[in-house]
Ligand binder design. Structure first.
Ligand code: NAD
Length: 341
């Protein structure tokens, strides 16, 4: 199938080209993100392939449909950037890669936890400048600390397994219980109990209307003082302004984020020679107890390989008229069933 691949970097081209050997599909790589202005590039392509910052909204889908596109293949798991109802109305099929690096993301979350706790990001700079003072580098043992995991699917479960290895206690919140987390000794509680009892809170649920700004001023009121907050999921799970206030007051002890609500303006690009206009982001970078990475938690060799393989398998399924297990469709409004009593 002819596929217009948007948002491509050198590493995307490398892994997608390798997975497409022996050239089953005809790939055209485009550097720009897909949106209503760039959709023209996909004219004549029955399939379009996109990533997390491409805007697959109704106006973009309408342009794609009018140009003959029938399939949008996401190279990612999250689909909060896709208007599924518009796609259904326009008879455009949407497929995704539901899991490509759960270990990579969970391990990155652990990297943020360890770095923030032992101030490795600060120590690295100090030692390079000949400053061997330990002032300000005091950490705590992870053993016997309580970790709260919000969203205990694939990534949340792996984080639980790793933190269990450090000797941590696990509290969890999810709309569905994961028996594997309970077998680890994890205890499901309501959010207020998780907020008040955890030394570290890590977010692993999807961004939905229910989880938007899950960590807001009200939640920060409830959290244990000096909590470490980790977000490798989606930026808008956190109300960044409220978190900045929490950092300023000392209620939040440290913050590690791989995602940021307005990240599409920043992440994946080299802006080192430019003036960053986002004052909220810039404020975040001034805290010594904040560690930000630019949506790199997924970025492992295994993940790029899995993304490429699954993307082409999805496209081939649809091309050959088979049902595709990774197709996503607009759902009627389903009440999130809280199984936690
Ligand atoms: P998953 O679907 O396996 O797990 C998500 C869990 O969240 C599920 O158990 C689900 O029941 C739960 N959930 C849904 N709504 C909830 C709510 N309102 N409150 C609490 N829990 C809720 O997904 P996963 O593979 O573990 O990925 C988790 C998230 O990680 C994704 O949604 C994505 O946003 C993010 N992600 C980030 C990166 C990265 O590079 N930073 C890479 C991959 C995924």
């Amino acid at each position: 199938m002819k596929i217009a691949v948007f948002s491509t970097k050198a590493y995307d081209r490398q892994f997608l080209s390798a997975a497409n050997s022996p050239k089953e599909h005809e790939l055209a790589f485009f550097e720009p993100r897909l949106n209503r202005d760039t959709a023209i590039l996909a004219a004549g392509f029955p399939a379009v392939c996109v990533f997390v910052h491409d805007q697959v909204d109704a106006p973009t889908l309408e342009i794609l449909a009018s140009q003959g596109t029938r399939l949008v293949a996401l190279r990612c798991a999250g689909f909060n950037n896709v208007d599924l109802q518009a796609a259904a109305d326009l008879e455009i099929t949407i497929v995704r890669v539901p899991a490509y690096s759960p270990y990579g993301v969970a391990e990155h979350a652990v990297g943020l936890i360890l770095s923030l706790n032992r101030k490795i990001h600060r120590a690295y700079n100090r030692v390079r400048e000949g400053n061997f003072s330990l002032e300000g580098l005091l950490g705590f043992n992870l053993n016997d600390r309580t970790v709260g995991i919000i969203g205990t699917g694939k990534i949340g479960l792996i984080l639980g397994q790793i933190m269990k290895g450090f000797g941590c206690h696990l509290l969890a919140y999810d709309v569905y219980r994961n028996p594997e987390l309970e077998m680890l000794g994890g205890k499901y509680v309501e959010l207020p109990e998780l907020f008040t009892n955890c030394d570290i809170i890590s977010l692993h649920c999807p961004l939905t209307p229910e989880t938007h700004h899950l960590i807001n001023a009200e939640a920060i009121e409830q959290i244990k003082p000096r909590v470490m907050l980790i977000n490798t999921s989606r930026g808008a799970l956190i109300d960044t302004q409220a978190v900045i206030e929490g950092l300023k007051s000392g209620k939040i002890g440290s913050l590690g984020v791989d995602v940021y609500e307005q990240e599409s303006e920043l992440f994946f690009e080299d802006l080192s020679g430019e003036i960053i206009q986002d004052d909220i982001f810039q404020r975040l970078t001034t805290f010594p107890n904040v560690l930000i990475t630019g949506h790199q938690a997924f970025f492992t060799e295994e993940a790029l390989h899995n993304i490429a393989e699954t993307t082409f398998a999805n496209i081939t399924d649809i091309e050959q008229g088979r049902s595709c297990k990774n197709e996503i469709r607009a759902q009627p409004e389903v009440e999130a069933k809280a199984l936690i009593s």
